[in-house]
Design a protein around this ligand. Structure first.
Ligand SMILES: NC(=O)C1=CN([C@@H]2O[C@H](COP(=O)(O)OP(=O)(O)OC[C@H]3O[C@@H](n4cnc5c(N)ncnc54)[C@H](OP(=O)(O)O)[C@@H]3O)[C@@H](O)[C@H]2O)C=CC1
Ligand SMILES: O=C(O)[C@@H]1CCC=N1
Length: 266
């Protein structure tokens, strides 16, 4: 891998960095104010607490922007010297548009905007990406290499699709973890011991994910495979699948997150 600049080494930046190092990246400069966040990478990357500390003459082939959207306005102008001709910027920030980022970086950047998710931490992420104006095939291939180091990547035809992607797969792991939390609480409510409740909720969600991943069948068919006619699951699904229950709530939740992604653009 060519020299890389990572800006922001929190939950997502750190997961991506681990993936690149695993794939053999040798020259990575990480800008991150918290030395705690980069402690696990000591000796493997060059850590700078601020942009001003980046070694003079360092010319990364790509910089990856993994700071929060609210931190972008202050940070991006300080990075303009790395947005030279031929250098790629990959942003994973929710909402932030390519036009806005290109302007903030001084107008010379070629930007790929991407939305990964936290299963990246175990290289099981799913990322959607969109290549902005002027991104050439070699830059797109580099972006694909960086993103695919943490899981599967799909390329989009329209930047606007990223708002819904952010709501569905970007935030999706949170909804699945909420399901595990609620299953655990409901198990305890039914009188099961807390340790067993926790184990069964985690294993049920993880095992179902593994089955979904390994199977060619639709999720709906996998659901039907659990649901014996006039059995126990049918009773539960009558509650969850009522029109005003999960179908409506999921639709409202995804719409709310999509709207929030659009708001973050500004
Ligand atoms: N978490 C997720 O599930 C996903 C997040 N994203 C996107 O990834 C981005 C990062 O999210 P996440 O990893 O969760 O956030 P984190 O807060 O964990 O990571 C961001 C890191 O950047 C640091 N930082 C702040 N300002 C600067 C700066 N000027 N230069 C360098 N580093 C800086 C922060 O330090 P400090 O805490 O001190 O401010 C923090 O350690 C966001 O834009 C988010 O939209 C995308 C997909 C999924
Ligand atoms: O909640 C957020 O804004 C980020 C984007 C997707 C997941 N986390």
């Amino acid at each position: 891998m060519p020299p890389l600049l990572l800006v922001g080494c929190g939950k997502m930046g750190g997961a991506m960095l681990e993936g690149w190092l695993e794939r053999g990246a040798e020259q990575v400069v990480v800008v991150e104010p918290s030395s705690e966040a980069t402690a696990g990478f000591a000796g493997r990357v060059t850590h700078c607490a601020a942009v001003e500390q980046i070694p003079a003459g360092f010319t990364p082939a790509a910089m990856v922007l993994a700071i929060k959207p609210q931190q972008a306005d202050a940070a991006l102008p300080t990075l303009s010297r790395f947005a030279r001709e031929g250098a790629l910027a990959v942003s994973i920030m929710a909402g932030k548009t390519i036009a806005g980022m290109t302007g903030a970086l001084g107008g010379k950047a070629q930007v790929v905007r991407a939305m990964p998710n936290t299963p990246a931490a175990v290289r099981q992420g799913f990322t959607c990406a969109f290549a902005g104006p002027g991104v050439n095939p070699a830059q797109r291939a580099l972006a694909d290499e960086l993103l695919s180091a943490i899981g599967e990547t799909a390329w989009l035809e329209e930047e606007g699709q990223l708002d819904a992607v952010t709501a569905v797969s970007g935030g999706g792991p949170a909804y699945v973890f909420l399901l595990a939390e609620l299953l655990e609480a409901a198990a305890i409510e039914q009188g099961l011991p807390p340790a067993l409740a926790r184990q069964m909720a985690r294993r049920t969600v993880a095992g179902s994910g593994a089955l979904l991943s390994a199977s060619q069948e639709d999720a709906a068919q996998l659901r039907r495979n659990v649901t014996s006619p006039k059995g126990t699951t049918e009773r539960a699904l009558n509650v969850l699948m009522a029109a005003e229950a999960w179908p409506r709530l999921m639709s409202q939740a995804i719409a709310a997150a999509t709207t929030r992604s659009r708001e973050l653009a500004g």
